[in-house]
Design a protein around this ligand. Sequence first.
Ligand code: MCA
Ligand code: AMP
Length: 491
Amino acid sequence: MDAPLSPPLFPALAAPTGRPALRCGPDALSYEELARAAGALAARIAGSGRVAVWAAPTARTAVAVVAALLAGVPAVPLNPRSGERELAHILGDSAPELVLAGPAEELPAPLAALPRVDVELEGAEAGAVPPPAGAGPESTALIVYTSGTTGPPKGVLLSRRAVAASLDALAEAWAWTADDVLVHGLPLFHVHGLVLGILGPLRRGGEVRHLGGFSAEGVTRELASGGTMLFGVPTMYHRLADALPGDPALVEALSGARLLVSGSAALPVRDHERIAAATGRTVVERYGMSETLMNTSVRPGGPPRPGTVGTPLPGVEVRLVEEDGSVLGGSDGETVGEVQVRGPNLFSGYLNRPDATEAAFDGGVAGGWFRTGDMAVREAGGTIRLVGRKATDLIKSGGYKIGAGEIENALLDHPGVREAAVTGEPDPDLGERIVAWVVPADPADPPADAELADHVARLLAPHKRPRVVRLLDSLPRNDLGKVLKKRLPRG
Ligand code: MCA
Ligand code: AMP
């Protein structure tokens, strides 16, 4: 018997109207126009294997991803600033058959070797959308790459079921409807900007306005002209909080929004307070992960809970597990356990990494509980407060998750570097900044800080570059030669 076909991810595209769907810079598409553009592209790529999407912050990226989903073809969003090593890894691992990109985009060498399909904003006939041949709820919708502590990033397989379940749970928790107009300037190659920020409003039949890039002016302009919701990472809210005192138009714009949502990292209580004091609005925090999509959220309209990530979303089970494996029962607000998650929002595994998939679940995949690596306490009423991470080798900078090992390997490839260790240290803007501890090959002629930053940006991505470089004569190591990062001198 054939597997059941997936219900449509975008009901509003099945019987499209002239309502606005998407706006980014000069490009604006109604649902009718989106159905035509994405439908025409879906018809071209239907039946192909995975497609890579050059995920520039443009309307064409949204059209490309929607087209892949309509065609039932897995999409691999690529950071257009990926360095050569990162890009080579992702292409080698995910083996896309095609690359979808705007006609004006210049693609780097390894991508130029793939057949390319230009993403156009004008489509031919309405109703050209083919049924997604064989795409059931468990079919892969997206493959999103995420860093681990060591080694290159892993491809997270997100099914159509997971995407639909998570977006619908958020809709219920936030009363998110077709009347909402979402504003954001997030990158479009991760879950936050792409799944929540583009697919979210389109699944609801509402509108998204992407800023092209984040700026306080863009936020002001779009919220003041009909935007109802804002999504951002804490760095963006920090920058808005900094701007508020001198910017009455921004104050008015944020005050008028229905919902301000922060996620991807912790929003410091001080920024919560600065925004609430200036605008009267409480920023709502939600907690998720590439592998789990969204797990918990503070509920709008409830008591403000700065510093917490709220309660589990509908359909999501969350438990806290202590070091000895026992499941925490109470809500004492003190006992710390690892956050483990079960529900329809979970990923289907890491691409080509059955070992890593098995290890990511408590007792293996069969148990169903995904180990997030985040440490938390449970407060009265079941509210989760995140207090840290199990792995100190994962850095969250600007809302991006970055593995220390990946950067160390890149640094060691520089001829001027003999030894390298990478840590994160607190940063008021980025949350954490990447610090490279380097033993130079030639102490008399160490590489310049900017040279090392450029080297990492070129191999991996600009957001993975060290913001600070500290030179040492040697790295502190134990008897077995393992680097003792806790013993690095404080900056
Ligand atoms: C700087 N640049 C360079 C170099 N230095 N380029 C090449 N080589 C260099 N050495 C360029 C950058 O590309 C960029 O260009 C500009 O200079 C500034 O870069 P940077 O300093 O890194 O940016 P920033 O101003 O610090 O960015 C802050 C930010 C950004 C806008 C908040 O960090 C951001 O977009 N964060 C979002 C992260 C996110 O979406 N995370 C979601 C994953 P240009 O100015 O032209 O761009 S987490 C997730 O999905 C889970 C599920 C969740 O819970 O949400
Ligand atoms: P990523 O793997 O890039 O998807 O990042 C997921 C990680 O981001 C989670 O495991 C958390 O550590 C962190 N995160 C996401 N949302 C929040 C939040 N609201 N508060 C604190 N940390 C968060």
